[in-house]
Design a binder for this molecule. Structure first.
Ligand code: B12
Ligand code: SF4
Length: 463
């Protein structure tokens, strides 16, 4: 497909606008906030791999308004989950103004044909090897439409991002406020992918169950950059930084002298390797988000997450907590093994095991996943409105309850978990060490308690 260069265009420079859209709230308004505890790195990565000569601007719509009248030669948009609806709307808008649009990211990669209806080109997969080529093509008036990234075997030598350009970092606040410094977690990437087979997971589908880690010295180098900027709290943006325990041990060992505090999303397998768990704690791990998904083994099997052993959760969670590490539990409700009784049992389990913080999810059939194909074939998908593919909408018809039962149970678990007596029961007595973290989580829990009371649609949006 050929595209005309912009009128009067002579050189190889382009004005590139990179956008991370927000999602629409239930009332159709754009979801906005003024503070966030971390920042994405997708746009800074794209900036870092853009060949010199182009002019790059970035905007994250969660905080900032997107300039719909922006003068640009190319707009690049990323999207995750429900943001895709807004991404398509923005893409349609810029194209109607004659500006070329490129879409990329997980959703787009798994729905190339659909996404191409809203864009001049899509980047399917990791951009490193195709973004410069796409830009060169666009400068020359060429366009392949689909730029499918070749498989990258190694993450060695990934581009270094400019950490002062993180779209959601308020750098002035970071320098002036100790509270903000406690709150903001600098993003860091150690690995890409995940080798587990969970059928609902867009990550393992996107990366085809591959898993790669970056060289430890390159990650430590990024951490030193963060430290030089004054940061001492980092968040791994990985899906599972411990999937290869030997590599994770090497990293944690190397992190010990840096004296950072860190958080990550990872699997319960952390608890099953005492050396790994010990190194995690010694290297500054203060909290981990763990996809427990269900206390019901049948439900775990139904989504191929059988490596989670529900009968070992109590022991595993205690092992992590005993190291002073707070656990953020991620749980899906309404899976195929669940009945209405599961809600009450889940809540009790979370309280008994002193889970620090909770994020609930209703089953979400992300297009391109096996779960999506299965639910589609079974005629169980309730809506194709991507804007509702958030944390808590009835998207899949449950087997042993009605969709209303599922949503009632969802609210019941949240309400019970974040009630004041439940918060006190879960957080006290605190785990050994890291008392400051317990206090920070006490505040976070009380905030959710208030948020849930003040906003009847809050259930779907706790992040
Ligand atoms: C960090 C993260 C977050 C953070 C930060 C978000 C942010 N502002 O960036 C937080 C916690 C806020 C978050 C929230 C959510 N997330 Co999230 N998140 C991730 C995670 C773990 C890493 C993303 C990342 O930064 N990777 C590092 C960067 C460099 O890689 P990348 O984004 O993939 O970009 C590369 C390529 O994809 C490509 N690319 C990406 N975009 C574009 C755009 C263009 C134009 C081009 C050319 C290339 C390109 O180039 C990059 C370099 O190779 C991913 C999982 C994953 N591994 O992808 C999930 C993931 C993207 N999130 C997901 C979801 C669903 C959500 C939520 C809805 C909640 C939830 N259920 O988890 C919310 C949505 C937020 C909202 N407001 O709507 C899903 C998306 C599924 C899908 N099919 O879209 C993922 C894949 C997780 C999963 N297990 O399914 N998330
Ligand atoms: S463990 Fe997590 S990241 Fe890995 S495949 Fe399962 S859901 Fe996806």
């Amino acid at each position: 497909m050929d595209i005309p260069p912009r009128p009067g265009y002579t050189g190889s420079d382009m004005r590139i606008l990179l956008i991370s859209p927000t999602h629409y709230d239930a009332d159709g308004a754009l979801h906005k906030t003024t503070r966030y505890w971390t920042s994405g790195v997708t746009l800074p990565y794209l900036e870092a791999i853009t060949p010199p000569g182009h002019d790059v601007a970035m905007v994250d719509e969660l905080f900032y308004d997107v300039d719909l009248d922006a003068e640009a030669d190319l707009v690049g948009i990323t999207a995750m989950g429900p943001q895709i609806k807004r991404a398509y709307d923005l893409a349609d808008h810029y194209r109607s103004r004659g500006i070329r649009v490129v879409l990329g990211g997980t959703w787009v990669t798994l729905t190339v044909e659909e996404s191409l209806k809203h864009a001049d080109a899509v980047v399917a997969g990791e951009a490193e090897d195709v973004w410069p080529e796409l830009l060169a093509d666009f400068c020359e008036g060429r366009n392949r439409g689909v730029y499918r990234a070749p498989r990258r075997d190694s993450l060695e030598g990934l581009a270094k991002i400019d950490y002062t350009h993180l779209p959601l970092l308020k750098y002035d606040a970071f320098r002036s406020s100790w509270l903000y410094r406690m709150y903001f977690h600098w993003p860091i990437v150690f690995s890409r992918g995940c080798p587990h087979p969970c059928e609902y997971c867009a990550v393992q589908t996107y990366y085809e169950r591959s898993y790669r880690t970056r060289p430890v010295d390159e990650v430590i180098d990024d951490m030193r950059t963060i430290k030089a900027l004054g940061g001492d709290r980092v968040l791994f943006l990985d899906d599972n930084p411990i999937a290869r325990p030997d590599a994770a041990k090497e990293l944690f060992e190397a992190m010990i002298p840096l004296k950072l505090k860190w958080a990550a999303q990872l699997t319960i397998n952390l608890a099953r390797d005492p050396e790994l768990l010990d190194l995690a704690a010694r290297s500054g791990c203060v909290s981990v988000s763990i996809g427990l998904e269900s206390i019901n083994q049948d439900s775990l099997e139904s989504i191929r997450k059988g490596f989670n052993r529900a009968d070992r959760f109590a022991e595993d969670l205690a092992a992590i907590r005993n190291k002073g590490i707070q656990v953020i539990g991620l749980l899906m409700v309404g899976l195929d093994g669940d009945t209405v009784d599961t809600f009450g049992r889940s809540l009790q389990f979370l309280l008994d095991n002193k889970v620090t913080f909770l994020k609930l999810f209703t089953p979400c059939p992300y297009p391109g996943t096996k779960y999506y194909e299965d639910m589609l074939a079974a005629g169980r998908i309730e809506t194709g409105d991507w804007g509702r593919y958030d944390y808590g909408s009835a998207l899949v018809r449950p087997t042993h309850m009605s969709a209303d039962d599922m949503m009632d149970g969802f609210k019941h678990v949240y309400e019970g978990f974040y009630s004041v007596p439940a918060i006190l029961k879960r957080l006290f007595p605190p785990p050994p060490g890291n008392f400051v973290e317990t206090m920070a989580y006490l505040v976070a829990n009380l905030k959710v308690n208030r948020y849930l009371k003040s906003n009847e649609n809050a259930w779907a949006t706790i992040s």
